[in-house]
Structures are given as C-alpha cells and as structure tokens.
Design a binder for this molecule. Structure first.
Ligand SMILES: Cc1cc2nc3c(=O)[nH]c(=O)nc-3n(C[C@H](O)[C@H](O)[C@H](O)COP(=O)(O)OP(=O)(O)OC[C@H]3O[C@@H](n4cnc5c(N)ncnc54)[C@H](O)[C@@H]3O)c2cc1C
Ligand SMILES: Cc1cnn(-c2ccc(OCc3ccccc3)c(C(=O)O)c2)c1-c1ccc(Cl)c(F)c1
Length: 416
C-alpha cells in the first residue's frame, strides 16, 4: 500500500558546519519539514563565556536581511544591529569627514557575529526536528552514499558514522566537504591568498561609558597599502580591523615598533585607544589570512550542496561574505519550492544560476581590495565618494554608486 507522502518519514539532511550559513540553512530546511542535524566542530557558542572586547562584528546589508526576514529570523539583527548611515573618513591629519551611504534611509547594520550565530542556532533548535551536535568534526564524507564520518572531539575523539539523504556543506572557507568534491573529475577550484593579513583590535568605551567615536558610522582610515576600519558594538565598544601586508606585520615585533607605526599612520586612533591598550590588543589578537575561493559545481547529484564560504569565500573588502551566504539560503529555498523539494532538480539549477552572481561578488571584493590598496588615501577616497554621491543626486535613477547598489539597504526594502 503506498504510504501517503505526508506519512513518509521526513528526509534527513546533515548540515556540516554550524556557523552563520549552517545555522540559517537549518532554519530554512526545518521549516520545509526536513529532519535536520547540524554537526559543528566547535563547542556550543551559547555555553561559552562572552569575552568582553572580543566581539567581532559584521556589516549587514539588504541581501542578508532579506534572507533572515524570509524565515522570520530578522529580529535579532534588527534589534541588535547598529545602523551606519555613512562612512566616516579619517584623514592622516585627524580630520573626519562623513560621506552618506545614499539618500536618507539607506544604511548598513553593524551586527555582532557571535551573538547572531547564537541566536540563529537557538532559532533552528526551536524546531523539534532539528538536532545540534557540537564538537563533531567531519573527517570523511562519501557524497554518493550520503555517508559522513565525524570525530567527537568532546568524547575522546570517538568516531560517529552518519547516513543522510542530503548533505549541506556550510563548513567555511577551508571546507572538508569541498575537499572531498575536489577529488572528482570536472570539479573546478581556484583559491588566492592576498598578501594582506587582518588583526582585530577592540576600542573600549570611554571612562564615562560612552562610545569613543561617533557611533552611527563605518569608520575608515584609508592609508593606501593599509587600512583601518571600525564598526560599533552594542556594548559601546568598536571592533576595529587593521588590514596590513604580512611583511609589514612581521616587522612590528616590539611595543615600540607598534607605537611608532600607529603614531605615524593613525595618530588619532592611537590617542583614542591609549598606548597600553593598543599594545595589549595588538600582541594578544591573532593576525588572520584572507583568501578568495571559487569552485563549481556546488552540488553532487541530489546528495551534496556547498553554501557560504565553503562555496565562495571572498576577501572582506566589500563586506558581503555573510550577506552572500545568507542569500544562498534564500536562493536554495526558492528552488526547493519551485521543484517541490526535488533536490536533484533544485541543486542542479542552484549551481547553474547562483555561480555567476557569487563569483561576481568575489571579483568585486578583490577589485575593491586592489583599488583600495593602490589608489586610496583619504583625499582620493573623499573625492571619489563625494563625486559618486553628487552624480547620484543629479541622476538618481541612472547613476547609483556600485557600493550603494550592492550593499546598503532601504528601510522599505527591509520592512517590505
Ligand atoms: C576580517 C573579516 C571581515 C569580514 N567582514 C564581513 C562583513 O562586514 N560583512 C559580511 O557580510 N561578511 C564579512 N566577512 C565574511 C564572513 O565572515 C563570512 O563570509 C561568513 O562567516 C561565512 O559564513 P559561513 O557559515 O559560510 O562560514 P563560517 O562562518 O566560516 O562557518 C563555518 C563553520 O563550519 C565549522 N567547520 C569547519 N570545518 C568543519 C568540519 N570539518 N566539521 C564540522 N564543522 C566544521 C566552523 O567551526 C564554523 O563554525 C568578513 C570576513 C573576514 C575574514
Ligand atoms: C566591513 C565593510 C563593509 N562595507 N565595507 C566597505 C567596502 C568598500 C567601500 O567602498 C568601496 C571603496 C572604498 C574605497 C576605495 C575604493 C572603493 C565601502 C564604502 O563605500 O564605505 C565600505 C567594508 C570595508 C571593509 C574593508 C575596508 Cl578596508 C573598508 F574600508 C571597508
């Protein structure tokens, strides 16, 4: 006797990686009635102590918010996020110039990554057919069989074998799922590390507990081959990121080296940060690499799909990586809707339609990096942005600055 579709057991999806993309796709698939198990190598971030001054934030834009709104998960970002209506450009002499992101109502949101990840994991867990498994590191995967092997890091590295109907690889730029797909013929893959590294520094609130700088801005110190940015946090600190070539990081070995560098290049920032705090932050926080990854196809028949950085890691000079990862979820959901949960059709169309868009974002981010690294001092940055904003004012429908088009949001875009 044919068992009615709704009485068949729900298809099982294994999501490898419980970062931002993994947590959101789990919500999407749970809403579609799949049985979802998320396997994350790290510990449950919700049980980890929040280390003050270690928050990392993201610039969020309309494409990311739309993907959250589609599953009713935009609450945390909208309540958490701090609007940045303009960039604040800091010149070498310490002058600051605000340049709006566009007309009134166009802005970016500064959102704390960890808090967002925790909230999305909790939203996914609110669905009874979602299971979260932390400290489970994928060590092998057989895409054709839908078979996965995990090492249970919290349990003497015991091995756990899992079978799933479908596998989502959302395990980031250094994806283990993608590594398996790379063994297959006709799998295109390219990656490029850039010569710059990045280091996060926390600019604490002032003595009287206020923000140390103007709050509703994305602060930028453009210094040609290196740049500094600062995004505001809910706790009135700023998460600042220094982008500097590794060979320049390598020569900043002593306290004096660091203080001389900041006194020369970012005197206003040094004054805000204080020498003691700057040195402490500089040597405590790691210097991270930045890689651009492209690959294709993103799927293996109806069995495996790569999303987020696992599919398309981009250098962060457009602030769109998470926004693209979230848009991946929206696109996949639309295709599952179109193909009535037929993964084979949905995944094939996903690769066919999504690839050109995300590779355009990867290229834009790299183009921005090259442009920022070469042309940009604050006068050039100011002139360029003011000219763009003027042209947009003169021809609002025909000239929209590319960055504004890609990255900023309108209130009505969000509220719909
Ligand atoms: C300096 C910097 C600044 C950035 N700023 C912005 C910004 O302003 N705006 C923006 O939109 N984006 C920004 N990004 C990009 C953004 O951080 C990424 O695009 C985003 O984190 C991608 O999410 P993801 O879930 O695909 O990957 P990740 O966030 O990397 O998550 C992958 C998860 O998989 C887990 N994992 C990895 N391997 C395994 C395994 N073998 N088994 C199990 N689990 C595994 C990891 O522990 C992790 O939790 C920035 C990136 C950098 C480096
Ligand atoms: C984290 C985040 C979110 N968005 N952006 C971003 C990116 C590019 C931008 O402009 C293109 C451009 C600026 C300067 C010169 C040419 C082109 C603008 C802007 O217009 O404000 C904002 C960043 C960011 C990330 C790293 C650095 Cl180093 C940085 F400066 C900003």
């Amino acid at each position: 006797i044919a068992v009615a579709a709704e009485q068949q057991p729900a298809k099982k999806v294994a999501v490898v990686g419980g970062g931002l993309a993994g947590a959101l796709i789990a919500v999407y698939l749970a809403k579609r009635g799949f049985r979802v198990d998320v396997y994350e190598a790290r510990k449950d971030p919700r049980k980890e102590p929040t280390i003050r001054g270690r928050s990392v934030n993201l610039a969020f834009s309309v494409r990311g918010i739309a993907a959250l709104s589609a599953v009713g998960a935009e609450g945390p970002v909208l309540s958490l996020g701090i609007p940045m209506h303009a960039r604040m450009i800091h010149s070498h002499s310490g002058e600051t110039t605000p340049i709006p992101y566009g007309k009134q109502g166009q802005y970016l949101l500064s959102v704390e990554r960890q808090k967002l990840n925790k909230d999305l994991l909790s939203v996914s867990e609110s669905y009874r057919h979602v299971g979260l498994h932390f400290e489970h590191k994928l060590v092998a995967v057989d895409p054709e069989k839908g078979h996965l092997t995990f090492k249970c890091l919290g349990n003497n590295d015991q091995i756990l074998e899992v079978d799933a109907d479908h596998i989502i690889g959302s395990d980031g730029a250094y994806s283990a799922v993608r590594r398996e797909l790379m063994k297959r013929p006709r799998f295109d893959f390219s990656q490029e590390y850039i010569p710059h590294g990045y280091k996060e520094l926390c600019l604490s609130p002032t003595q009287d507990g206020e923000f140390a700088m103007a709050v509703n801005y994305l602060h930028i110190w453009p210094r040609q081959t290196f740049m500094l940015i600062a995004l505001p946090n809910q706790d009135k600190s700023f998460t600042c990121t220094l982008f500097l070539p590794f060979d320049q990081f390598d020569v900043l070995k002593t306290k004096e080296d660091v203080l001389d560098f900041f006194q020369r290049e970012f005197p206003d920032f040094l004054a805000l940060m204080g020498e003691e705090k700057l040195v402490e932050e500089f040597f405590r926080n790691p210097t991270g690499p930045m890689v651009s990854v492209k690959c294709k196809p993103y799927h293996v028949s109806d069995k495996v799909l790569l999303i987020g950085d696992a599919a398309h890691a981009m250098v962060p000079f457009y602030g769109q990586g998470t926004n693209c990862a979230f848009e991946d979820c929206l696109v996949l959901d639309g295709l599952l809707e179109k193909h009535k949960n037929d993964f084979a059709r949905a995944l094939a169309e996903y690769t066919r339609t999504r690839n050109k868009d995300v590779e355009a974002m990867c290229d834009l981010a790299m183009y921005n990096y090259i442009e920022m690294r070469s042309l940009v001092t604050s006068p050039v940055f100011l002139m360029k942005k003011k000219l763009f904003n003027f042209l947009n004012w003169v021809m609002p429908r025909t000239f929209i600055p590319l960055y504004t088009m890609v990255s900023t949001m309108n209130a009505q875009d969000v509220i719909g």
